[in-house]
Design a protein around this ligand. Structure first.
Ligand code: FAD
Length: 411
């Protein structure tokens, strides 16, 4: 009797947990080993900058599966263990506990790590990053103690932390190098909605500034010096300047790597038995006709279903549109699609920017490539249908709240 195949999942986040689930749901009855270097079973990260950071939800709610699920589904979960090497030739991975483990198929779901700030003082106590549940708890503890913080970077995570800090009554300065928050994703007009939102909540939003140094005393953060010479006295600094994909394993195994681990629409790497999904994967998107790396929850939730199918030898492709959401104060939004910076002709707004109830559409070549609904609900599916249709749109009809989204095609 031949031994059952072993599928190894390197990484212990949402994509890893969903891959294990998908393998079992797709009737794989071989061995599944899930190896994650954090000391926790896989959990979801969005609450870490929202409810959980604000102390409004419990730790127990963040886990992808309850503790018993792995045993019940015969998934060998190794938490607190890192995959330290991949040898595609011998089909083996090496682990931080010294074990060598053979695989028939390997999924890389190693995610991303926060980018560090390269300035003097970046190692002081009180300089915080946000990726893990432990990071979130550290920031929550800090918010309970400090009176003023600086947040470096006005991206999604920086702005969500700013909202949490204001909810905790902490004075906040957000320091952003670009002239608007979220500029690359949203463009200037829509980005200004987020700038106004935070200024309206008394955030000291400083745009077009560069951090030159984090100053300290006795190893502890005391302030920030900006390149223009300005100084701020703060008790902690949260750095939110983006994330870098954890491609080290793929790189040293000789796999193709660009902005992430390069995979086809079937999420297979340049090695036929190795796959990648989630934040680490730079995947060919059939609809967009390009490789994209998506750092969003829905991608880590859904890609593994396709990766599992491909690992089982099925003819599958991942073609969902990128989708993500944010909650800041009383603003909730969903964003669907992919507007490439530099390839946007126009942004059409349906609704009212000032009252923060609108849908924004990014247009390229007369077609909608992305849409963002802000405090307008139940429309994300319609927006995605419109993007997928590839139809040329009539901008006046698109802007008119009286015209259903199904009737905005140009005649
Ligand atoms: C604070 C925060 C808030 C977010 N909010 C939102 C949101 O509101 N909406 C949204 O759409 N998205 C959000 N995201 C993004 C979303 O959480 C990510 O897209 C998702 O977590 C990606 O899942 P993943 O499994 O691919 O990677 P990860 O979640 O990064 O998991 C990868 C895991 O693998 C581990 N690992 C890495 N290397 C190894 C190795 N060699 N061996 C073993 N283990 C390894 C890592 O430590 C990590 O535990 C947020 C992210 C953060 C950090």
């Amino acid at each position: 009797m031949s031994t059952p195949p072993t599928f190894v999942i390197a990484g212990g986040g949402l994509a890893a947990a969903k891959a294990a689930e998908a393998l079992r749901e797709q009737d794989f009855d071989g061995r599944v080993v899930l190896i994650g270097d954090e000391p926790h079973p896989p959990y979801e990260r969005p609450p870490l900058s929202k409810d959980y950071l604000q102390g409004k939800s419990e730790r127990g709610k963040i886990f992808v599966h309850d503790a018993g699920w792995y045993g019940e589904h015969d998934v060998d979960l190794r938490s607190g263990v890192a995959v330290t090497g991949v040898d595609p030739g011998s089909h083996q991975v090496t682990l931080s506990d010294g074990e060598r483990l053979g695989y028939d198929r390997l999924l890389l779901a190693t995610g991303a790590a926060p980018r560090r700030l390269a300035v003097p003082g970046a190692d002081l106590d009180g300089v915080l990053h946000l990726r893990t549940v432990d990071d979130s708890e550290r920031i929550r503890d800090a918010l309970a103690k400090v009176s003023r913080i600086a947040i470096v970077g006005a991206g999604w995570i920086g702005l969500e932390v700013a909202a949490a800090a204001r909810a905790a009554g902490v004075r906040v300065s957000v320091l952003e190098i670009e002239p608007q928050p979220l500029l690359r994703v949203l463009g200037s007009r829509i980005a200004s909605v987020f700038a106004d939102l935070h200024r309206g909540h008394d955030v000291d939003l400083r745009l077009g500034v560069r951090v030159a140094e984090i100053t300290g005393q006795d190893g502890q953060v005391r302030g920030v010096r900006l390149a223009d010479g300005d100084r701020l006295d703060v008790d902690a600094v949260v750095v939110g300047i983006g994330a870098v994909p954890n491609t080290g394993l793929a790189w040293s195994a000789g796999l193709a790597v660009d902005d992430g681990v390069r995979v086809g629409a079937d999420l297979r790497t340049s090695d036929p038995d190795i796959f990648a999904a989630g934040d680490v994967a730079s995947a060919y998107h059939p609809l967009l006709g390009a490789h994209i790396r998506v750092e969003h929850w829905a991608n880590a939730l859904n890609q593994p279903v396709v990766a599992a199918g491909a690992m089982l030898g099925r003819d599958v492709a991942y073609d969902r549109l990128p989708y993500f959401y944010t909650d800041q104060y009383d603003l909730g939004m969903e964003y669907s699609g992919h507007a490439s910076p530099g390839h946007v002709d126009d942004v059409v707004v349906r609704g009212d920017l000032a009252s923060r109830e609108f849908i924004a559409f990014w247009i390229a070549d007369g077609r909608v490539t992305a849409g963002m609904n802000v405090n307008v609900w139940g429309v994300a599916d319609q927006i995605q249908t419109l993007i997928r249709s590839g139809a040329r749109v009539d901008r006046d009809r698109l802007a008119d709240t009286g015209v259903p989204l199904s009737q905005v095609a140009a005649d």
